[in-house]
Design a protein around this ligand. Structure first.
Ligand code: Q46
Ligand code: ZN
Length: 297
């Protein structure tokens, strides 16, 4: 691992990953052993690796799988669900499953098409639905915190995109922890300092079976493009990605960033239908999207 100037054997690597994770959980005050954690599981290496690490560290962590109804000729949702369930069964863990089609009448690609959001790609609607459902389940089932498997490559790509457009509101919100607010569970990203390939190595060494394919709709996305750019940078300057992200966190913490005002609570109120906070005047964006789709059905 050139970026850490470190070389480990299998045995020590499998100890090092949970140790580091525990260090980050404490450093950023993510959660304690007394809290109930809901891990968003997609069937991919990051989320399954995260779940595995948290359980090995003795945390009370249940899983949540969202069935998006994405097929695209490779049976994507079906296969990812099978692997998430397999992991849960093998480790005797509780996995909640929410099927978007059963819950809201249509799978994600159809919701996207009918609601005319996102220029031919379902990702905008998908992201909206995922955030909404993760929050809903965390709230309804009484979880203290919602954990996602975002790794350093993900976070650096988002940071890069936000920096390119100086999206100050998003920059202020990006970090390992997003505190809870009325009706919204705390959100944490315990893997945000691990490189993607460190997660791949962890899953391989632990024998975790995960879905290799990315969601077919991810192809050609901006975030993949940014990841490629950052990988070029990383090849030339090992550690650059980590420095980029960590320096940002420091600057944000010390208030050295160009942003000064506090956007904490941008006039949120509760959506009359689902009772989740929203900045819109009436129904939240998700509920409005569902209404629109049902109206045209
Ligand atoms: S947003 Fe888009 Fe992802 Fe949803 S449709 Fe697939 S690629 S899964 S992270
Ligand atoms: Zn709503």
């Amino acid at each position: 691992m050139r970026q850490h100037k470190l070389a480990l054997c299998k045995e020590h690597y499998l100890e090092w990953m949970p140790e580091q994770t525990e260090r980050f959980i404490k450093k950023y005050d993510m959660f304690t052993h007394y809290e109930k954690i809901l891990v968003a599981v997609s069937g991919g290496k990051d989320s399954l690796g995260l779940w595995d690490i948290l359980v090995r560290l003795g945390y009370q962590a249940d899983g949540l799988y969202l069935g998006l109804g994405i097929d695209e000729g490779i049976n994507y949702s079906h296969e990812s669900r099978r692997l998430a369930q397999k992991f849960a069964d093998e480790h005797n863990l509780k996995l909640h499953i929410v099927d978007i089609e059963k819950e809201y009448g249509q799978p994600i690609p159809v919701l996207a098409e009918k609601s005319h959001r996102g220029y031919g790609k379902p990702c905008a609607v998908c992201g909206l639905a995922k955030r909404h459902e993760m929050n809903r389940v965390a709230r309804d089932l009484g979880y203290d915190v919602l954990a996602t498997g975002h790794n350093l490559d993900d976070e650096a790509a988002v940071l890069f995109g936000n920096t390119l457009s100086w999206a100050s509101e998003f920059l202020l919100r990006q970090g390992p922890v997003l505190p809870s607010s009325d009706g919204l569970a705390r959100k944490v990203k315990p893997l945000c300092r691990f490189y993607e390939r460190e997660m791949t190595a962890y899953c391989m060494l632990r024998g975790i079976e995960y879905i290799y394919e990315e969601c077919p709709f991810a192809e050609g996305s901006q975030s993949i493009y940014y990841k490629e750019l950052l990988n070029q940078l990383e090849t030339a300057r090992p550690g650059a990605k980590l420095t980029f992200y960590l320096r940002f966190l420091e600057a944000r913490k010390t208030g050295d960033l160009f942003i000064e005002q506090n956007i904490e609570q941008a006039h949120l109120h509760l959506c009359p239908k689902c009772r989740q906070p929203t900045s819109t005047d009436d129904l939240c964006s998700f509920c409005r999207m569902i209404e629109k789709v049902n109206a045209t059905a």
